[in-house]
Design a protein around this ligand. Sequence first.
Ligand SMILES: O=C(O)C1=C[C@@H](OP(=O)(O)O)[C@@H](O)[C@H](O)C1
Ligand SMILES: C=C(OP(=O)(O)O)C(=O)O
Length: 452
Amino acid sequence: MPFPDLWPAPTPHGPVKASLTLPGSKSLTARYLMLGAFASGPSRLRAPLYARDTRLMMTALRTLGVRIEEVPGSGAFGPDLVMYPRLASSDYDDAARVPLAATGKIDCGLAGTVMRFVPFLAALTPGEWTFDGDPAARLRPMGPILDTLRALGVEIRGGENGMLPFTIVGQSTIAGGPVTIDASGSSQFISAAMLAAPHFENGLSLTHEGSKVPSVDHIRMTSEALRGLDVSVDDSTELTWSVAPGPISAFDIEIEQDLSNAGPFLAAALATHGTVTIERWPTNTTQVGDRWREYLPQLGATVELLPRKDGGQDLQVTGGERIFGADIADSSELAPTLAALLALADSPSRLTGIAHLRGHETNRLEALVTEINRLGGNAQEIADGIEINPAPLHGGTWETYEDHRLATAGAVIGLAVEGVEVADIATTSKTLPEFPELWANVVATASAVGAE
Ligand SMILES: O=C(O)C1=C[C@@H](OP(=O)(O)O)[C@@H](O)[C@H](O)C1
Ligand SMILES: C=C(OP(=O)(O)O)C(=O)O
């Protein structure tokens, strides 16, 4: 293992002053990998994310007959990808098609995007496809995916209690039509079905029935990605998403950097009262991480978009004298980073609308409360989130439960609290294998207070 079991989180003795860019967005890479698999010709992903989740998705798609090649590109974190869709009808070189095995195993790791998105491609691939993942993945909700596929006429074996493992018996066509779904456990249930829906003979009209749908920004990202590839999506009726049948245009697209993973780095500006600049912040994005611009000022930071000479923009965040507590709803996958910052705040906070985080990589609400309190904090679970009250923190072990965002949250607290040791920092490889190195670079920019 390249890292010790307990990673001493660095505590700089002064404000950081860093400028960086991040590797590609996990959610955009996952969507364009699926769309490339379903598109009507070869497609190119520029600057995709190379991390455990997206590598597992590439392997899964290859198992299902999609050819994916790495080709040199200009991204700083890895090559581009060229994809040859198995489901395309004609107009590309037949040699690009790869032979299909009639059976295969899909390893989902702990990736929600793999376990939810890929079953729909398997369902459209004749053969028998067995899905499983890490032990922790067997605890993540899958029932609405299995129910939706069954409602569409797909045979599935296993999947007891609506969880991994299960075997999908793929078929060459799916009729589609109206289906109801309970997506209160994850927005990914809706995104997964929408990404495959253009290939259903009648498209799909998906209606949610149940309590609140979480992470709606991610559903909007799916709708916009489909529309951008000439698929007609109607989301004008509340809680219904209709996708018309038809081709998905082949594409050549640059994946934006991951704005959710930018979060811990931006948080470093607040935790050290310094300045962090994320270069080339996208001007028009569907990523939930764009909400840092709305959230961080509530915690006392100054957030500015600065024009770049090349016509783009940088996002500059400067921490205030103190970190204010805040009441923030529906922060989705940004919640662990927010919780870390709010544990350092000097007034009370609540994060609400995130009950479904109990079904993420781990039970994130329980894990955050346990770890904040282990360091002397004062956090409680509430029905749909957590409450955090100010308390002086001390060093200690920060457990991470195979959850990349717990690991980066521990690193954020460690910036301000000496002696925090983060267990299994390598778990950040789920979406950001470069985390320890990028973090060290940011910490190295800190100047001792009073030295300048
Ligand atoms: O579609 C996606 O790419 C995602 C949707 C969200 O899932 P939930 O709706 O389960 O929160 C988010 O938290 C996850 O990290 C990525
Ligand atoms: C919830 C997350 O991941 P997943 O895609 O595995 O659901 C996350 O990255 O915060």
